[in-house]
Design a protein around this ligand. Structure first.
Ligand SMILES: [Zn+2]
Length: 157
């Protein structure tokens, strides 16, 4: 059996926009400050998709979903991840597991990680782990300017 590992990263800054909602791992966090982005700015789902593309050596998210076109404007990133899973499985790969570290000081993610893991896991067809991590006041994330996410994905065929 062949195995490949991929690393994904994404970062989005917070924005004050009453028309946007904070979406992380496909879960809407009502009443929380949203992130800026062309799509729904789901930084967790983007990092997972990026890791899967990387594992299959299929390039990065920007290549498949350019943020210049109208197709993915305000898009549900779960649809984007579903398309990435389709591309990866088209190459004969299946996902073994995904692990994410979400770096943010606020809001508290712990009450939502189970829902995120379930939603993402159903989409990729494998266990997905989501671990929140505080920036301890350091740098842009520590100043509450945005949220970053790292993800590692293992695929096999
Ligand atoms: Zn993104």
């Amino acid at each position: 059996m062949a195995m490949r590992v991929g690393m994904g990263f994404d970062v989005h800054r917070f924005v004050d926009d009453p028309d946007r909602r904070l979406v992380l791992g496909g879960v809407v966090l009502e009443g929380e400050r949203p992130l800026a982005g062309h799509s729904d700015a789901d930084v967790v789902t983007h990092a997972v998709a990026d890791a899967l593309l990387g594992a299959a050596a299929l390039g990065d998210l920007g290549r498949h979903f350019p943020d210049t076109g109208p197709a993915w404007r305000d898009a549900d990133s779960l649809a984007l991840l579903a398309e990435v899973v389709r591309l990866v499985s088209e190459e004969g790969w299946s996902v073994a597991n995904v692990d994410c570290s979400v770096v943010l000081d606020a809001p508290r993610l712990a009450p939502h990680t189970a829902a995120m893991q379930a939603r993402l896991g159903r989409l990729v067809g494998a266990p997905v782990s989501v671990k929140p991590k505080r920036a301890e006041g350091l740098g842009a994330i520590g100043r509450h300017e945005g949220i970053a996410c790292w993800a590692v994905a293992l695929i096999e065929r």
